[in-house]
Design a binder for this molecule. Sequence first.
Ligand code: TAP
Length: 499
Amino acid sequence: MDSTRPDSGTIAERHRSKHREATADVEFGAWIDGERRTGGPKQGIEDPVIGESIVDVPQSDAGDVDDAVDAAWDTFEGGWEDTTVRDRSERLFEWAEVLADHVEELTLLECLDCGKPISQARGEVEGAIDTLEFYASAIRGQRGSEVPAGEDLHLYTKREPYGVVGQVVPWNYPLWAAAWKLGPALAAGNACVLKPASDTPLSTVRAAQLSAGVFPDGALNVVPGSGSEVGQAIAEHEEIRKVSFTGSTGVGSGVMRAAADRVAPVTLELGGKSPFIVFPDADLDKVVQAVADGIFYSTGEICDAFSRALVHESIADEFTERFVEAAESYVLGDPLDEETTMGPLTSKSQFETVTDYVETGKEEANLLCGGGRPDDPELTDGYYVEPTVFDGVTNDMTVGCEEIFGPVQTIQTFESYDEAIELANDTQYGLASGIGTESTSLVHQTADDLDAGLVYVNEYGPIMPDAPYGGFKRSGFGKDLGLEALDHYQRQKSVYVNL
Ligand code: TAP
């Protein structure tokens, strides 16, 4: 395993200096009704590379959620609901432009806060901007419909925003995930109250501040705070008319129960344990890297990670050998270094969770590579875990069926098509799946048979705002992204007119 070194000083020195640079001109805190809130208890936001706080962020509470909801309704009823699509589109484009002017600042915050390699952090910030631009365009093309209903009747349908919507996002791609929710919700004319994950609020809070003057005060509110208080308050709030949640299946089902009490619709993007089926005719030059990127991108902290490679037995030896080589080629190092391809896990608790899974895997299966922390003494304060690969795995093992959310790959073999599909679908989840083959007919047959909301063929990603993104089964329902997400932020009304 290679590791990278900063040009000068230790990693800790370089990071402390970057903490000062990234936070010098910004006061973090809730963004409510177009103003910063800086009171209340503070939480240190940890840099997972050196285990030290980047900055203290004032934490919102349930009272702040009430204030944000009140401000959002005032704005919605005070004129936001009557804005034209052209107006909202132009404002979203304007916000995207402001964020584009601050790409490097937001990238640095994301990199420091999550430990993401800087090139990945930049790509995700750019992805967030692209998402806002997509919805700024898409809303201009939306139409209602006219229904032929007879001579005396004019029957048409129209779409309306819900009013105030609540949104809760996780820590693995903070700003990008926030844009997936804010873009369609604002484009559709809702006012938003969004909670970032308590470990990673910095980029989203900063992006909200950068919306000052773009949207009317109160249209976009961000409340950083704990899930148990702020997230729960959003899920339960009587005046929040729709909730969109991304996170774990356990918390997501609780959000759904809370929203059910007031019959508020929810969108849930939840966990995954996604298979990638490698058929005998697969081009391993493409597929090995696709599966590796699918599990090692973002240190495996991705909901659609290809965490289960299902490989035809005739090519299993070659695939496994090449996959281990690919795993060992990731460069663990300082995420600030452009050469680094894998950073640490995002938090200490995540490090402990993943390390526990790795230890369980060593008892259950056969460790092929990784399985510990990198040797580099400069990385020992960070939450680094080596790319880890197990074979001899079965679906009933803990590492074969539970979402690890770290850089841990399992390899299983299959003999027949039916066995591959059975293994792939034998999971409570259904977010993503992958196929490695050069056969067009096999692609279509397998895409039909896989019980998952996303199918990638011979590649991992890219995620485009143009297409709906979301899972089946316990991976959730409703969609982020695509025109479908706009639908989820709108109510449809049928109007019967007999004049
Ligand atoms: P969670 O623990 O579920 O946290 C997600 C968000 O929910 C965080 O903002 C969290 O706040 C908040 N939260 C915690 N308890 C809450 C409650 N009682 N009510 C309302 N909100 C609450 O998930 P995680 O461990 O951070 O994220 C990893 C999980 O998210 C994985 O399962 C992953 O697959 C899934 N994920 C799915 C997708 C898609 S698109 N399907 C994308 C990314 C991640 P705190 O930060 O304060 O805990």
